[in-house]
Design a protein around this ligand. Structure first.
Ligand code: G3P
Length: 218
């Protein structure tokens, strides 16, 4: 399972990349706004800066919601760097845009996926990735992980090549469960990735090893 970081914060992207386990980055307009990135030129430069840190796919989301606007934006974003993946919302024109961009050899990530029918449509259109939002489903008392399992089963049965990118990850259990359920990728905030490191028995065990070493060498 690939690990992407879900942020536009360059320091956090560098920290995750330095861990040696980072395969890519996802962003969205909210994450860009959170970093104070405003204006077309600044947004484009920020994507290039991210691509210069990480050797892997970087999702950049379109703002348009009509077919012509989405493909124009998508082609512009894709021209920025070979690792750019154009993120397209799961709407009718978005499906058409995914089909078009795929036919031009441009990678796509279909975002805002909340149901298996949407996942099937995106896969049929040739999306490179689909992003089911597990945390936002959990927020409204649906089981986000159940959706990942359902999509994984459908894609396996149908032989779809589209990769399941579990998004809206809120905690380390979401990452572990995504791996169990057959997600190809997770995209997560840095905190949930780092939380995977933690176990109290690791900390106490290491402290004991170091204390015993110090005693026997004093
Ligand atoms: O990038 C899309 C997704 O990961 C958003 O997550 O936490 O805003 O639901 P969240």
């Amino acid at each position: 399972m690939k690990f992407f970081i879900d942020t536009a914060n360059l320091a956090q992207i560098k920290e995750a990349n330095d861990l040696g386990i980072l395969d890519g980055v996802t962003t969205n307009p909210s994450l860009m706004a959170k970093e104070g990135i405003k204006g077309d030129a600044a947004v484009m430069q920020h994507y290039i800066d991210i691509c210069n840190i990480v050797d892997g796919d970087v999702s950049a989301e379109v703002i348009s919601t009509d077919y012509a606007g989405m493909i124009a934006e998508g082609e512009k974003l894709a021209a920025l760097h070979e690792n750019i993946v154009v993120k397209i919302p799961m709407i009718k024109d978005g499906v058409k845009a995914i089909k078009y961009l795929t036919s031009k050899g441009i990678k796509t990530n279909c975002t805002l996926v909340f149901g298996p029918g949407q996942a099937i449509l995106a896969a049929k259109a040739g999306a490179t990735y689909i992003s089911p939002f597990v945390g936002r489903l959990d927020d409204i008392s649906y089981d986000g992980m159940e959706l990942i399992a359902q999509i994984a089963q459908i894609f396996a049965v149908q032989g779809y090549q589209t990769q399941i990118l579990a998004a809206s990850i809120r905690n380390p259990m979401h990452i572990i469960k995504s791996a169990q359920m057959g997600a190809h990728v997770i995209t997560s905030p840095l905190a949930s990735i780092l939380a995977l490191l933690k176990h109290p028995l690791t900390d106490s065990g290491l402290a004991q090893f170091l204390a015993d070493h110090a005693k026997s060498n004093s």
